[in-house]
Write a protein that binds this ligand. Structure first.
Ligand code: RNT
Ligand code: ZN
Length: 416
């Protein structure tokens, strides 16, 4: 039976030299790294759980938050049924399962993550990882890997070493390199006199953490920069220049978070700049509203620009596209789905771009047609292709997914 809307879309795109089946196949091969922490407000499950700090904040008190690792897995199992494609799950060290025992961050091992790994195996998904340098008594001074206190700094180096070991083992067991992304909150509220000392100590700490070599098939090391945070308005040790230099000189992956720059600064243009110098990128696709507020990702221009740059530059195979947002003011599972589906839509639109024609116009200096076609491409029927993609993946295409959310809320979340 013919599918009239799809035939129409296929023809419209073919007129511009675009093969929608190739775009759909390419989208199906992209695994986003979906962050665990949208599900429980960056809480984690440690026995001595502290309130969230480190300059990041979750606002809202929508009912139904996952209170245990089982509940978080249950929520993600459900979320997956509404997200097309096969994606990765991104854990923080604070999501260790220690069976009620207190295990400090410098002492965590693979056994505390084995349940997560077994769960990932059963779903045939891969894992990524992050050391947790916040919400801990030894982070309360505002300095961790750059601390002037040797005891504190050593503790956090040990944590970083433990996390790389865990991440590499996750990668080994699951047969896919695990991206282990280092972000620290270090910085100060007011004007420091010594900006150099903490940065020198951070270099030393990172070099010690990264001293052990792991096979590339198991572990990817990444470092994440930031402009400022709440409580670190005047100085951030791990600034963009700092980590760009570090990643280039040590050939590590650089993590660019969309909320970690000046509010009008887009990370899209940075991608091709840094990719000439680093082995790869981790992205934290996020949405800052006036500050690094980590709002749910939307199909907006900054997200589209990121997707276009990844596709145009051929960077997908050395980019780990992670999501980083946390909103507790709406249904948390729905937040995951909205942000993930929007990112996937942006990637689909990028994969459907009439790139050959655009390149021809650019290469021949025909900037009039280049601009006209960029505008024309915005109204090509990508949503028909999106619906088709969702259907082939067994996921509701349109707004219908909300019915499933409502049902899940009534039967599961409201009982918590
Ligand atoms: C903080 C960073 C960092 C965190 C997560 C929870 O500003 O963006 O990536 O959001 O590690
Ligand atoms: Zn981030």
């Amino acid at each position: 039976m013919s599918n009239l809307p799809l035939d129409y879309a296929r023809q419209r795109y073919a007129d511009f030299g675009v093969d929608i089946d190739r775009a759909v196949a390419a989208l199906g091969s992209i695994a986003l790294s979906i962050h665990c922490w949208q599900g429980d407000d960056v809480g984690g499950f440690e026995t001595n759980r502290q309130s969230l700090d480190g300059g990041i904040a979750v606002t809202g008190n929508y009912p139904g938050k996952a209170r245990t690792a089982e509940e978080l897995r249950q929520d993600f199992d459900f979320a997956r049924t509404l997200i097309p494609g096969q994606h990765r799950f991104n854990l923080h060290a604070s999501y260790a399962e220690t069976n009620g025992k207190h295990v400090d961050r410098n002492a965590i091992t693979i056994e505390h993550f084995q349940t997560w790994i077994d769960w990932a195996k059963s779903l045939e998904i891969k894992l990524d990882f992050n050391p947790t340098y916040f919400s801990h008594p030894l982070a309360s001074s505002g300095f961790t890997l750059s601390s002037a206190d040797d005891r504190i700094r050593s503790f956090w180096i040990d944590h970083g070493v433990a996390c790389r070991q865990i991440a590499a083992e996750m990668g080994r067991q699951l047969g896919s390199p695990c991206a282990n992304n280092v972000w620290i909150p270090d910085g100060s509220k007011d004007i420091p006199i010594d900006r150099a000392g903490p940065r020198a100590r951070l270099i030393d700490s990172l070099d010690r953490m990264f001293a052990t070599k792991y096979p590339e098939t198991q572990l990817i090391d990444a470092v994440e920069s930031k402009l400022f945070g709440i409580g670190s308005e005047s100085y951030v040790v791990g600034s963009h220049e700092f980590y760009l230099g570090y990643a280039v000189s040590r050939q590590k992956y650089l993590c660019l978070d969309a909320g970690h720059f000046h509010p009008t600064e887009s990370i899209a243009d940075k991608i091709s700049a840094v990719m000439t110098q680093v082995p790869g990128l981790v992205l934290h696709v996020s949405r800052g509203v006036r500050w690094d507020s980590d709002h749910v990702v939307l199909l907006d221009d900054p997200t589209l620009d990121i997707a276009r740059e990844l596709v145009r530059g051929g960077y997908l195979n050395r980019t780990c596209i992670g999501l980083d947002f946390f909103d507790a003011s709406i249904n948390r599972v729905a937040a995951w789905i909205i942000g993930t589906r929007s990112t996937l839509k942006a990637l689909l639109i990028a994969l459907l771009e009439p790139i050959d024609q655009l390149r021809t116009f650019e290469n021949t200096g025909d900037y009039t047609q280049r601009l006209a076609l960029l505008e024309e491409a915005k109204t090509l029927p990508w949503s028909i292709v999106w619906n088709h993609y969702c259907q082939t993946q067994g996921v509701p295409p349109g707004f219908d997914w909300m019915n499933s959310i409502k049902h899940y809320e009534q039967t599961i979340l409201s009982k918590r």
